[in-house]
Design a protein around this ligand. Structure first.
Ligand code: FAD
Length: 316
């Protein structure tokens, strides 16, 4: 029996979230003496990258019917390749749409946004982020079959190299399984760090006064190797692109470090960033609600503080 993992890739390259999911599966496998089988759909990169995190076997799936992403077709493939009672997926946007369908197809219990290795495997007991990242829930799955998603940047990458094997998997999937077809893709700026995968995010809000002032935010992001994000109104008034909008109605992220500049910390904003490991808030209003959720806070004018911080950060 093996723990199956969906090793997500984009344009043939594995996502960091795929390695996190393999690391998580390995933490379960070690407890029960199972192996880890990673399913790589249309991935071009070497399977060595997956062995490094503990995949004993990589099943390579390539089919014209899977060239464009379809939650239903991908769920069908994973259900077909299942060889045990546990399937692990990342919590990316795509995988989050596969997971419920997969749970339905395999008659399994779905547990999302896991953040820690299980403390027990039978019954499966682990911690997950709940209530839009505001709380941590300890869950127990009493039934055997389960589909698990792992929150990005939470469990993290755990190198655990094994000598794995690779096989081409035959699956019965056709265009008719797609149900939804992607007709056109408009690529966003591709040289930027992926906001969902970023370990550090520098984010700013209406306190920046206008789009012309974002230079210092981008400078900080460049120095730190971070992605940039923004609050909803900033995207709504086109100061920043919508792909950067985080929160309840935007992207939910969980970086190791989230730096919020000139953002009030409304509950809808917090819903998307509460899972960040460390939150730093820079705001001129000492009463700004964001300070309640901050690990570190600086009360002051962003236009004075950010350039000073950038100058100091450059020294490292
Ligand atoms: P403001 O609330 O205007 O705050 C600006 C902050 O900047 C203030 O705290 C101010 O003290 C500070 N500031 C001003 N000048 C300076 C300075 N010189 N230096 C430092 N600080 C300064 N919002 C989201 O972000 N994401 C969402 O997904 C989202 N979804 C929503 C969904 C619904 C259904 C609704 C009703 C609202 C949603 N909102 C969302 C909007 C949310 O309620 C807030 O209005 C929004 O987050 C406020 O954005 P802001 O903090 O950038 O602006």
């Amino acid at each position: 029996m093996a723990i199956l993992v969906y090793a997500e890739s984009h344009d043939g390259q594995y996502k960091k979230a795929a390695f996190e999911a393999v690391s998580y599966a390995k933490s379960i496998a070690d407890k029960v003496g199972d192996t880890v089988t990673a399913v790589a759909i249309n991935a071009a990169e070497s399977s060595d990258l997956l062995y490094k995190y503990g995949a004993n076997k990589v099943l390579k799936v390539s089919s014209d019917a899977l060239k464009s992403f379809s939650p239903n077709a991908y769920a069908k493939v994973l259900a077909e390749l299942k060889d045990g009672d546990t399937i692990v997926l990342p919590s990316t946007n795509d995988a989050a749409t596969i997971a419920p369908l997969l749970a339905l197809k395999t008659n399994a219990t779905l547990v999302t946004n896991l953040i820690s290795a299980p403390t027990n495997v039978s019954p499966f007991t682990a911690d997950r982020k709940a209530f839009s990242g505001k709380g941590i829930e300890t869950i127990e799955v009493t039934d055997g079959a389960k589909v698990l998603t792992v929150l990005q940047n939470a469990f993290g990458l755990k190198e655990n190299a094994v000598s794995g094997t690779e096989e081409a998997a035959n699956v019965s999937v056709s265009d008719a399984d797609a149900k939804v077809k992607v007709i056109k893709v408009e690529q966003n700026s591709s040289d930027k760090i992926d906001l969902k995968e970023a370990e550090i995010v520098v984010s700013a809000g209406r306190g920046m006064k206008g789009p012309e002032n974002w230079g210092m935010i981008e400078e900080m992001a460049n120095i730190l190797g971070a992605a940039t994000a923004c609050s909803k109104p900033v995207a709504d008034i086109h100061w920043r692109p919508h792909e950067e909008h985080v929160g309840q109605t935007g992207k939910a992220i969980s970086p190791k470090l989230y730096i919020a500049v000139g953002i009030s910390g409304a509950i809808q904003h917090l819903a998307g960033v509460n899972s960040s490991k460390t939150i730093v808030v820079i705001n001129s209003d000492a009463e700004a609600p964001f300070f309640k959720s901050a690990d570190y806070g600086i009360v002051g004018d962003a236009f004075e503080i950010v350039p000073k911080l950038n100058a100091e950060l450059k020294k490292f």
